[in-house]
Design a protein around this ligand. Structure first.
Ligand code: TXA
Ligand code: MG
Length: 321
């Protein structure tokens, strides 16, 4: 795998050449790293599924570099969608809309809808713009594993299987985009993510949240998504951690006499932004320690805390099922 500095024109050109030839390239976004292919080339998109070992029933997000891109992809763009695009794009909001026939079925796993987002990372935007085509991309992690927020995470997972990764630095948000669909007068939340739903509600928009027990119904929203390899158990405080062979993911730093030696705190003083940016990379680090179990402290479920708790709950489910 070649690691190229994504801010250099020559790197973008090499990546574009690979994509044009039907290849797959890993690239940075402001949320997590993505594994991209030309969205209109079904053979190239199929490679993403093979490389990630991702089930074919799990649809991909199409990434665009300007607002007009949405009209190439979506059959109909409701005015509420346009308001949201104007407010949050470029940025970590994915909007599910009815798709045009030109989007290959493999991208959407046969659904009649497609998830679309315009990332804000300059390297992602430059890549899509120079390619001149939209890019279908999931997060650049093996299916079911924690999403990558650093180039090193991508290298570790896909060293021999992906020819190029563009280095764009550590992901700014560190957690995936918020995914919504649009009802006649409201927004339905499919995945909590980097845009807290409070920010959407603040626009005067009604929000319908899926209850956590039907969170796993839609394709891709599987219970074991985002899971580390080690079992994960949630606790209220570090005092509940009694096993020496464990690691601990804490929300805010506290004075404690921990039993475990492997401890990471997401934030010094409870800052959600900082916590989200550290979330996946700390989880990956703790998973790689020589331990048998990971304990994670519950995070207040507001703002970005909701997105992090969703991922912890899914990771925790893996060890009981
Ligand atoms: O921040 C992000 O969204 C990152 C970066 C790379 O853009 N991408 C990402 O993609 O997280 P992925 O494939 O790991 O997660 C996308 C989720 C999947 O759970 C998929 O099922 C859901 O989006 N999704 C995509 N299209 C959908 C659709 N038409 N209807 C319902 N869910 C959809
Ligand atoms: Mg993913």
């Amino acid at each position: 795998m070649k690691i190229l500095n994504g801010f250099e024109a020559d790197a973008i050109e090499q990546a574009v050449a690979a994509l044009t030839a039907g290849g797959v390239v890993a690239f940075p976004t402001e949320t997590v790293y993505g594994l991209g292919a030309d969205a209109f080339n079904p053979y190239a998109v199929a490679k993403i599924f093979e490389i990630k070992r991702r089930p074919r029933f799990d649809p991909l997000i199409v990434h665009i570099c300007s607002m007009d891109g949405v009209f190439d992809i979506a059959e109909h763009v409701p005015s509420l969608a346009i308001r949201l695009m104007e407010r949050f794009w470029p940025g970590p909001l994915t909007i599910i809309l009815r798709k045009k026939d030109s989007i290959p079925d493999i991208v959407t796993a046969g659904l009649s809808t497609v998830g679309i987002r315009m990332p804000s990372h300059p390297v992602a935007l430059e890549l899509i713009k120079t390619l001149g085509r939209h890019i279908a991309a999931p997060s650049a992690n093996p299916f079911g594993y924690i999403s990558p927020t650093r180039v090193a995470h991508v290298v570790k997972s896909f060293k021999d299987r992906v020819p190029i990764v563009l280095d764009g630095g550590d992901s700014q948000f560190g957690i995936e985009s918020t995914i919504i669909s649009i009802g006649s007068d409201r927004v339905m939340v499919h995945r909590h993510g980097a845009i807290p739903i409070e920010e959407i509600r603040a626009m005067g928009v009604d929000i319908e949240e899926k209850k956590s027990n039907d969170m796993c119904e839609a394709p891709g929203e599987l219970p074991f998504h985002y899971a580390p390899i080690k079992p994960l158990v949630m606790v209220n405080t570090i005092d509940e951690v009694l096993r020496k062979d464990s690691s601990f993911l804490g929300f805010t730093e506290k004075k404690a006499r921990p039993v475990s030696k492997h401890i990471r705190y997401l934030s010094r003083n409870g800052d959600f932004r900082e916590a989200a940016a550290n979330f996946f990379s700390h989880l990956i680090d703790l998973d790689r320690e020589d331990v048998n179990i990971i304990y994670a402290e519950r995070i207040p479920e507001k703002g970005l805390g909701k997105a992090m708790m969703d991922r912890l709950k899914k990771a925790a489910k893996k060890c009981v099922s």
